[in-house]
Design a protein around this ligand. Sequence first.
Ligand code: ATP
Ligand code: MG
Length: 569
Amino acid sequence: MQTSKFLLATLREDPAEAEVISHKLMLRAGMIRKLAAGIYTWLPLGLRVLRKVENIVREEMNRVGALEILMPAIQPAELWLESQRWNTFGDQLLKIKDRNKHEFCFGPTHEEVITDLARHELRSYKQLPITFYQIQSKFRDEIRPRFGVMRGREFMMKDAYSFHLDEVSLAATYAVMFNAYTRIFSRLGLKFRPVLADTGNIGGNQSHEFQVLADSGEDLIAYSDTSDYAANIEMAESLAPALVVQFSDNKMAEVATPNIGTIDTVASFLKVANKQILKTLIVKGKDVPFIALVLRGDHELNEVKASKLAELASPLTFVNPGEFKELFGCDAGFVGPLGLNMPVIVDRDAVNVKDFICGANKNDKHLTNVNWQRDLPLPKIADLRKVVEGDLSPDGKGSLKFARGIEVGQVFQLGRKYSQTMRATVLNETGRAVEMFMGCYGIGVSRTVAASIEQNHDERGIIWPDQIAPFQLVIIPMSLHKSYRVKEVADKIYNDLIAAGFDVLLDDRKERAGVIFTDMDLIGIPHRVVISESGIDAGTIEYKSRIGATSENIKIDSLVAFMSEKVKR
Ligand code: ATP
Ligand code: MG
């Protein structure tokens, strides 16, 4: 490609709307342009990168035998009513009507469509296992689209779906896909980590996310400093503490805490550590109106863990603090588990606190020296809290550390969630119709482009890994328009490099060298060669890598061989 025939749409200034570096650089480099909130056009430069990412994903899917298909973006409401997600998926689902008032949605994901396809096309267990995938636009009406294509509303996803006769086969394909993902993100040159994940809106039992490590990431992950345990903070567990309910001789007492109803203020008023106080949160129950959750004052409720408790109403619903007085006789800061007329569930770590302090269920009063089993029965114990750094890793190896991540992919063992609601069956060995087990596997292809920039940039711009660079190298001829010799060499090496299979950009603009260097650094071409009259006199051209501090002179004749050594393909 010659720059004169390309749309190089670089911007000098940082766009005001961009908060994270990848968004800034994608706009400045002229990779994307915004059409509406969370909706972007990919310009030629950006699309070259997107396609390269797609191709790596496609190669690895094909390698493991997944079959590429292309499903429609628009999906009929009937399928979503059948899977019972039409009303539960939430406002991310963009619903539309056609001229006959038939309802559709713009697909945020494709479990319904693929399950519908599978129930029509798959007849026998002999056709299983089978995996389909597509690379296609999704639409999710995100509340807060931001960071450019990182959290868009319309975005590119690779989604794959596998079908199985039994759970063993599902687990085997899950492992194959897990390894394919590891290869994909390694080939993309990313620093990433697979982590245990919640199954959220998609459903199912077992799931991992692939997280690209970056400070700007929206996800928090907890990982062991000695083992390979890693989990999204939503799922992360710590080693269960040994149960040591201790009795004390200290007498329980009621103390006045006038207007002092938060953990911090109670702690400083009574001169104790926050962890000596137990806090009580009240949520709606499934079969009873209310349930109390009790945690140590220094710990925070993990809502994902809580929402999995069968006793609680779904979705997890907190009682509004404003309603406490009327419902329970005191304000939210003064409730406690003793004498509270509802089931109580206590966090594992809150069980081990002796002589604890808690609300007295009367305004302006707390109880001190309260002990489980002595002053109140030990209720159901559960893991309710968010882990904190320094907690012991649940596998007993090392302690937990935190890092931020960008979720670029997620794999799920769905089980029979969709095949049951949508009756997707095959005949088994005995000729009986059985519901298939399913797995699903997503990669945010467009988000991955942004994630790569988050990990690969400097103050001058993007630094592409060779594998996904829009162009692997740029030829910069000095005084091209004045020197016939320079033009001749430029054309020759351009053609030679293209013939050798490189993605080459020849910057043939009538611009000052400084402008060209600045642009090429900004768009992140990993390798560059400069041709000059004086170089030609010496039979050399000047090579510099995007990250290298210095340049070196290369014999013109050996350039192709030199580049074949340098460029990772
Ligand atoms: P998130 O938690 O970031 O909202 P998700 O868990 O809802 O994502 P999945 O349903 O797992 O997303 O979709 C598969 C992949 O699609 C994600 O791992 C992510 O890389 C990508 N993705 C999801 N939502 C968006 C979005 N709004 N913009 C860009 N990529 C997205
Ligand atoms: Mg996800």
